[in-house]
Design a protein. Structure first.
Length: 377
């Protein structure tokens, strides 16, 4: 049995573990924290827990709260330094708020601040998994945010949509609910005439991606529909459903689950745990460009051989994650390379029989083995 409709999100047998993402504009309004709204959401979380469901919260809002306290312009996003300072101040208020409200229902809140590298590095990713598992087993509700006080542009998620999906992977959740400022995915920009919301999506295809808009209506958050679809792709690799729903209403979870208002993304399949982690990575060390023959072979489940490579981009070492792209730059797969960049460049286009003379040792069976590769849809 799997999740097939929004109402299934309240069934512990189908959705035992939920990740709920709360955007900045939902939590913080022009006059400060939207206390009554947040109290209603926390009551819904308590109801889910009473049904026997585990809940993880991914909460934005630290930068907005800190900027208000420090009196910084542009919501604290005028510069990286402003954002980091705002996050350092606001995170104290944010965690205290969640702890107080959850505590009112007899629930213990646990704070976790993560950076991109915590989930991109395999060992650190597994450490996050272990911590989340122990907290949930102990009855706590983890409240997670990006550690914006130390994250720089090069090592940050940039939005909590993708962070929520990666956390769901690490926690082996069954569903992610992205509470935003829109009812769901529309077939075109929702302000355009004739725009229609799509209630069910089976896999994030190129046609689905074409519907996305990068707009964020509030101007306070950092995500848009593009980041939400990227989050859906990350979740799909792990066989996790994802929901986009409007959090602006009172008791937003009830409106989504009982009222059936939202878009449910149902995965077409599920990769293994390691491949799901690899395919969900946001930072890659380089690119390997392949010809049409190699692209077709990858689609049939083959490993990547040097014969089909036409070029190398970037600097990477053996074991680093790289993208495999075609001549048009379309990403075909992510994989862990068996050679460093210089070795790859030296054997571009060579048959295996000619590689030993160039490398100085017997070549490996493939540049990227199919077991260390995940195809992109």
């Amino acid at each position: 049995m799997t999740i097939a409709r929004l109402s299934d999100l309240s069934d512990p047998a189908l959705a035992r573990r939920l990740v709920i993402k709360v955007g900045s504009a939902l939590l913080v309004g022009p006059d400060g924290v939207r206390g009554a709204w947040l109290a209603g959401l926390v009551a819904e979380i308590a109801e889910a827990r009473a049904r026997g469901q585990d809940v993880i919260v991914v909460s934005s809002g630290a930068i907005a709260l800190g900027a208000a306290t420090l009196g910084l312009e542009k919501g604290g996003r005028g510069s990286l330094a402003d954002a980091q300072a705002s996050a350092a101040v606001g995170q104290i208020a944010l965690s205290g708020l969640w702890a107080q409200l959850l505590g009112g229902h007899g629930i213990t809140a646990a704070q976790m601040l993560l950076t991109l590298e915590d989930l991109e590095d395999r060992r650190r990713y597994l450490n996050v998994t272990a911590t989340l598992t122990r907290l949930l087993d102990a009855g706590a509700v983890p409240v997670i945010n990006e550690n914006d006080s130390v994250a720089t542009q090069e090592i940050r998620f940039g939005d909590n949509d993708r962070l929520a999906a990666r956390v769901a992977q690490a926690a082996q959740a069954h569903a992610v609910v992205l509470l935003s400022d829109i009812d769901g995915l529309y077939d075109r920009h929702p302000r355009l005439p004739g725009a229609t919301m799509i209630p069910l999506v089976s896999g994030v295809t190129a046609d689905v991606q074409a519907m996305a808009s990068t707009d964020s209506n509030s101007g306070m958050g950092s995500g848009g529909m593009t980041s939400k679809l990227q989050a859906a792709q990350i979740a799909e690799l792990a066989g996790i459903c994802l929901v986009i729903g409007n959090g602006q209403h009172d008791r937003p979870l009830a409106r989504i689950i009982e009222g059936g208002v939202g878009t449910l993304f149902v995965p077409r399949g599920k990769a293994g745990a390691r491949k799901a982690w690899l395919g969900g990575r946001l930072k890659l060390k380089g690119e390997i460009i392949v010809d049409a023959g190699a692209a077709a072979a990858l689609g049939r489940g083959s490993s990547l051989l040097a014969k089909g490579i036409t070029g190398i981009e970037g600097i990477f070492s053996r074991g680093d994650p790289v993208a495999i792209v075609d001549a048009d730059g379309t990403v075909l797969a992510h994989g862990l390379c068996e050679y460093d960049a210089a070795e790859c460049a030296a054997i571009v286009g060579l048959h295996s029989s000619a590689q030993q003379a160039v490398l100085g040792y017997a070549p490996r069976s493939a540049v990227i083995h199919r077991d260390q590769m995940v195809l992109k849809s």
